[in-house]
Design a protein around this ligand. Sequence first.
Ligand code: BES
Ligand code: ZN
Ligand code: ZN
Length: 439
Amino acid sequence: MSFPSLEVDPRAPADLTVRGIMAEEVSPVLREAGVVWLASPGGEVWVVVGDDVRGAFRKLGARLRDLDTLRLRVDLPEGWEGEALEGLLLGLYRLRFPRPQGARTILLKEEFPGLAALESRMRGVYTARDLASWPANELSPDAFARTARDRLEGLPVEVEILDEAWLAREGFGGVLAVARGSHRPPRMLRLSYRPEGATAGLNLVGKGVVFDTGGINLKRVRMNEMVSMRQDKTGAAVVVGVVEAVARLGLPVRIEAAVPLVENMPGGGATRPGDVVRMYRGLHVEITNTDAEGRLILADALSWIQEAFPQTPTVDFATLTGAAVVALGKSRAPVFSNRETLQDALVRAGESVGERLWPLPVAEEYRELLRSPVADLVNSAGRREAGAVVAATFLWHFVRDDTPWAHIDIAGTGIGEGVSTGFGVRLMVRFLEHQVQTS
Ligand code: BES
Ligand code: ZN
Ligand code: ZN
């Protein structure tokens, strides 16, 4: 919401000075006790780190998050600055209504290598979290698209917002089918970042369901559980965040992003279970469950972006299945890919930034679960087994054989308490930095 200002000023007054130290340097006892930080008189806080610098500082940041006015000095051992500040910024993120008026400042002793890059990256994460977490009453598909455009203003990114009439003309049957139950029309957000001298290219797709009621298959959830479905646009938000970060960093990679935006509501015009729709690629899908809506909008966007930029590595982010949460919980996201090299590179990037992935299969034998008696395939198998894999298999139908593709299901890792984590932004930035280095 408000990105804290990062200022280099060794003398300005502060409310608190934060320092860091390894647990070993204090005492093994502290390490065992798992102490995260200790305060000393004079306004100092020592963050005692076991092995995870970023995580320890994130926890401290989260404790300070609700202070409207904050001047924080950080005085860190050399080499810690990047990870510690990243952690602090991750923890300090907040979403509050009404908007707090105070200013939050982080004061640094001196410049350090990577400070500007850190800010670029974290601004992308903040944008992703804002868009993903913002209440759906204020963020219709159109408002999401316009807000994304505002965030990217001044950056070398081409933004196009395509409306419902355009989607209808071009045959985006999946997007339209999901959007029909809502008064608020769908959009397709197109982002292009085409730097001179680009040495690599990437297509990005993100699930932008501004709210997921389930549609006619209305979600039957435990008390208050549907609140988190305002974060069902996290995939879309992550894509916008990646593009913002990469453009700010000026990385020489070409990115083409397609972000389908809809609201899944059970209105009078809503798609019914049993309806058959013609997708962008021409395949017909029998909609057996209107709550399996993400795959419908992603399939259209995947088909479209591959048609425009074939053979380009294509990655999609989506809060796609409850089954992904059941399988891996909140610490790792399942990654599905038709190319081992792409999958491995994503896993490695995730490890290095603490956004962990774990591979699940893309394999022929799952296709039969999606067989339809009346159409090319169904959107939901109607049984619980392998739910996350089945969803990925559905998407796979819309991926060309010559496209290296990866699908990352962030239903568990992306959706947070009240606010989205923005899981995937730092991962993709790391992945792309690596692509640039090795190309
Ligand atoms: N947005 C949900 C997935 C989800 C569930 C994300 C819980 C985060 C937390 C998705 O659209 C959905 O409803 N998926 C169904 C698919 C099923 C009907 C095949 C699911 O997971 O139950
Ligand atoms: Zn759903
Ligand atoms: Zn959904």
